[in-house]
Design a protein around this ligand. Structure first.
Ligand SMILES: [Zn+2]
Length: 389
């Protein structure tokens, strides 16, 4: 590409077409301020690499059908794995975020990084074959981990429930076996990315609260994921709840997670003589009509809402999405969250605030992992390099 670039390169044309609308050369020239011949030249580069598909428009102007150009979101695929403490969801998606093949399986991260990731590599290979795709079509790999991840390196940092993973070079290890760029982030961040994508048209300020065994918050600020200086932003699970002395696994007392996490609810049920081992059991009991479990879920919603009320005043989001296993309780948990947020946040901050459960449910993580990869490989500068190379 002669002038190299960035401001109005091929990547910018692709970024425009990613909204799903096909456009003519003339429309693209108008939108970018480029000449039609430059637009044609850049489209040729994008078509040559199958990023863009030309087709005849159904509507003809002046009798002659115009050629329109669309983002070819099915030409490449993303491999994803959303690893939880004991279960993983793995999937192959295209760049339109369509799930082509997926599976959930028991895969405790406590096995350690190599045994766990070997299983991930095998499963992703099987899913790729099941989707009828091959390795040449894989443009990237997106991984979510249930612990803090240093953003720059993609390595877990002192993850409390992942023995042996501290500092493990997850991206390099997987790249050597899968042959594509690997992006790693913590599970709550990828879920926030997934919900942000699902909430189109754009919601610029969104908070995703994961309520499961642990409690965490993914932050979309100004349309982008906010990770903080080290990637630790949003760790609301260890904010202190006033008047609680509950012992938390982090060593402190009175943490939100220790009063409203799935583990603490299951423990409270066991004390009452009811068999329960985690958040999924608590929700199953609630659905079966157990009043004790229902009370605990509602109270957990209120505790989370009380912490979120302060965060709403501070951050002023327009949408709060509640996800994770406990969100499967639906209205029971949402009622508690809403009650405390609306009663304790400032009216101006809640005037147009939406609070709902995850639109993607169990798929929030895999969709978000694919969004993470798409943002990386489809960034205009990356596309300019790919087309120039
Ligand atoms: Zn704690």
């Amino acid at each position: 590409m002669s002038n190299g670039s960035s401001a109005q390169g091929a990547g910018v044309l692709l970024a425009i077409l990613r909204d799903g609308h096909a456009r003519t050369r003339g429309e693209l020239a108008r939108l970018t301020g480029l000449s039609r011949s430059t637009v044609s030249q850049r489209l040729d580069g994008l078509i040559g690499q199958r990023w863009v598909l030309p087709r005849e428009s159904a509507v003809s102007s002046g009798g002659r059908p115009a050629t329109v150009f669309a983002f070819n979101d099915g030409a490449r695929v993303v491999l994803t794995a959303d690893l939880g403490a004991t279960r993983a969801r793995l999937a192959v998606l295209d760049l339109g975020m369509n799930v082509l093949a997926e599976r959930a399986e028991e895969l405790p991260v406590a096995y350690g990084p190599e045994p766990t990731l070997e299983r991930v590599v095998t499963a992703l290979g099987e899913l790729l074959a099941a989707a009828g795709r091959d390795a040449a079509q894989v443009c990237g790999v997106g991984i979510g981990l249930p612990g803090p991840v240093e953003h720059g390196s993609g390595r877990p940092v002192n993850p409390p429930i992942m023995p042996g993973w501290d500092g493990f070079a997850v991206p390099e290890w997987l790249r050597a076996r899968l042959g594509a760029p690997v992006l790693v982030d913590n599970d709550v961040n990828i879920m926030a990315l997934g919900e942000h994508w699902a909430a189109r048209p754009a919601v610029d300020h969104l908070l995703f609260i994961k309520m499961g065994t642990g409690i965490g918050c993914g932050i979309i600020s100004g349309g982008r994921l906010h990770r903080g200086a080290q990637g630790a932003a949003g760790d609301v699970g260890h904010i202190r709840v006033p008047a609680s002395e509950a012992q938390c696994r982090c060593g402190n007392t009175g943490c939100l997670e220790a009063v409203a996490g799935g583990g603490s609810m299951a423990a409270a049920l066991r004390e009452a003589g009811i068999e329960a081992h985690g958040s999924r059991d608590v929700v199953a009991l609630m659905r079966a009509g157990d009043l004790h479990a229902t009370r605990l879920v509602r109270q957990a919603g209120r505790e989370v809402g009380a912490v979120m009320a302060s965060i709403v005043n501070f951050f002023n989001p327009s949408l709060i999405v509640v996800g994770g296993d406990v969100a499967e309780a639906g209205e029971q948990v949402l009622a508690g969250v809403r009650e405390t947020i609306y009663s304790r946040s400032l009216p101006l901050a809640t005037q147009h605030l939406g609070i709902r459960v995850s639109a993607l449910g169990e798929r929030a993580g895999i969709v978000g992992a694919a969004v993470l990869v798409a943002e990386h490989v489809l960034a205009p500068a990356a596309i300019d390099r790919a087309v120039a190379g």
